[in-house]
Design a protein around this ligand. Structure first.
Ligand code: HEM
Length: 185
């Protein structure tokens, strides 16, 4: 029993240490991070190579659509509300018949957070791969999804200027989601 308790405590401490581990590579410059130059964002500590990198990181966060929307709590609430709308819309709900919606909500939260400037990695499928098995997908479906996102943000009282900017980011995924050749710039 005593051994079991010790094993539990060691495992727990190792897990806690792993979660708290400071990044060793500066997220701005890619150089080795100095553990004495740090900032805390949404409860996570980030280390930087130089003071200038920390300043840039903080300025990038302040300018990000992610932070202007209200960060993690706001994105989580928006995605939950968004899918309640999608799942009762006859134009698009059938696409999600066999989809694990808990997983989908989680992936969408991470993707949107990342795309809107959160300091996180998106490790899901890229947009072309994610929708490659939905060959019937067309502009009308994409427009319906964008419409629900707009209605969601309006319902959450996000200002129109910010909504326009968020929708512009979502619009950049259209050709990939619809599996069309990318337009030349
Ligand atoms: C508007 C832009 C869109 C974005 C940003 C987006 C984003 C995503 C993301 C992040 C995933 C998860 C990828 C993964 O599994 O790693 C996903 C999957 C999926 N999306 Fe979208 N999506 C968009 C449009 C659409 C549209 C228009 C539809 C259909 C009406 C759709 C239907 C689906 C379905 C059914 C899946 C699940 C595929 C599977 O699990 O096999 N998406 N999407």
């Amino acid at each position: 029993m005593k051994k079991l308790v010790i094993l539990f405590l060691v495992t727990f401490s190792l897990q806690a240490m792993a979660q708290d581990a400071l990044n060793t590579v500066c997220p701005i410059s890619g150089k080795p991070a100095n553990p004495n130059i740090t900032t805390v964002y949404e409860g996570k500590t980030f280390a930087f190579a130089e003071e200038a990198c920390r300043k840039k990181f903080e300025a990038d966060r302040a300018a990000s659509l992610y932070q202007q929307l209200g960060g993690k709590a706001a994105i989580d609430a928006a995605v939950d509300l968004f899918y309640t709308k999608v799942l009762v819309d006859d134009r698009v709900k059938h696409f999600f018949d066999d989809v694990n919606m808990d997983r989908q909500r989680r992936k969408q939260k991470t993707f949107l957070s990342f795309a809107l400037g959160a300091p996180i990695k998106y490790e899901g499928k890229d947009m072309r791969t994610a929708h490659a098995n939905l060959p019937d997908l067309n502009d009308s479906h994409f427009n319906a999804i964008a419409e629900h996102l707009k209605a969601t943000l309006e319902e959450l009282k996000v200002n129109q200027d910010l909504i326009t900017k968020v929708l512009a980011v979502v619009e950049t995924t259209r050709d990939d989601v619809l599996n069309r050749p990318k337009k030349a710039n």
